[in-house]
Design a binder for this molecule. Structure first.
Ligand code: SAM
Length: 278
């Protein structure tokens, strides 16, 4: 898979590709990244990439021509054919669709992804209308430039490519991971347990020492009983999701066992609330 990043600050990316999983993916030939200086696609003495906004107002706006030329230089398929060819041009923007793990999974199906980094007050709207295929935001906050957002999109996507993570299952067993298999109950009561995170947050992890500042590792994890460990981890994932991201429970893949555990937690919380109100 190849990423092309177009930016006015190519130096921003120095170092980013020289560590950990990204470095290994590049060295292993699974990932290729090229960073392009937007100013290379200007034709005036000052290498101008921005201009004042029509209508007045604060700041400067990135001009459309250098961005258009930079994308054309990459010799992608025509815009209407890019999807079928596994190519996409993304404009990083606070006004874009909110990026998620599901989008990372979709992006990982492509062979080429181009990331356009905005700066200043943003990018001339015609770039979104004529050049980019999608506009993505990495969250509901405003960054000073698209470079950090591009790094986030690149990192989250490339680790899903087959062969990049040492253990392929790790991307299914982490937060927001897919339910990669449903184990049907023999009694016909529906799905009895879920393989993979199934849209929940990850369960808590522990390593040595077994005791740290008075807190010991939950006993079940040293029991060697795989079924008990599986159940405990699943319950902890449900607990954490309920506490920190209850919205995820609306769409998570939950088994009958999960649902009854969730119900116990909710009843417990309702009980505690009614005690408080007495
Ligand atoms: N005036 C813009 C607005 O209010 O939406 C903010 C422009 S921001 C200072 C400059 C650039 O940072 C944007 O063009 C975009 O490329 C990038 N950026 C800012 N926030 C972002 C976000 N949440 N996700 C992705 N890119 C973002």
């Amino acid at each position: 898979m190849r990423f092309d990043i177009i930016t006015i600050f190519p130096g921003f990316f120095a170092g980013i590709f020289e560590h950990g999983v990204i470095k290994r993916a590049i060295q292993g030939g699974l990932l290729e990244v090229a960073v392009h200086d937007l100013r290379e696609f200007t034709h005036d003495r000052h290498r101008t990439v921005d201009d004042r906004p029509f209508g007045g107002g604060e700041g400067m706006v990135l001009k459309p021509e250098p961005l258009a030329e930079a994308v054309e230089h990459l010799e992608l398929a025509p815009r209407q054919e890019r999807r079928v060819k596994g190519q996409t041009v993304i404009l990083l923007s606070a006004q874009g669709k909110r990026y998620s793990q599901a989008m990372a999974r979709e992006l990982a199906q492509n062979s080429r992804v181009v990331l356009l980094c905005g700066r200043y007050e943003g990018v001339d709207e015609r770039v979104s209308e004529l050049i980019a295929d999608q506009e993505l935001s990495i969250g509901d906050y405003v960054l000073s430039g698209g470079e950090l957002a591009a790094a986030v999109v690149l990192d989250t996507t490339m680790r899903l490519l087959p062969g990049v993570l040492g253990n392929q299952a790790s991307s299914e067993y982490e937060s927001f991971g897919l339910a990669d298999g449903l184990l049907e109950s023999k009694t016909g009561e529906g799905v009895s347990s879920i393989h993979g995170a199934g849209g929940l947050l990850d369960y808590p992890h522990y390593t040595r020492p077994a005791e740290f500042r008075g807190l010991t590792v939950p006993e079940v994890l040293s029991s060697g009983n795989h079924e008990q460990i599986r159940r405990w981890r699943r319950q902890q994932a449900i607990r954490k999701t309920l506490r920190n991201r209850p919205d995820l429970l609306q769409t998570a893949a939950l088994s009958t066992e999960d649902r009854s555990y969730l119900r116990t937690l909710e009843l417990h919380a309702e009980g505690a609330q009614s005690k408080d109100s007495v």
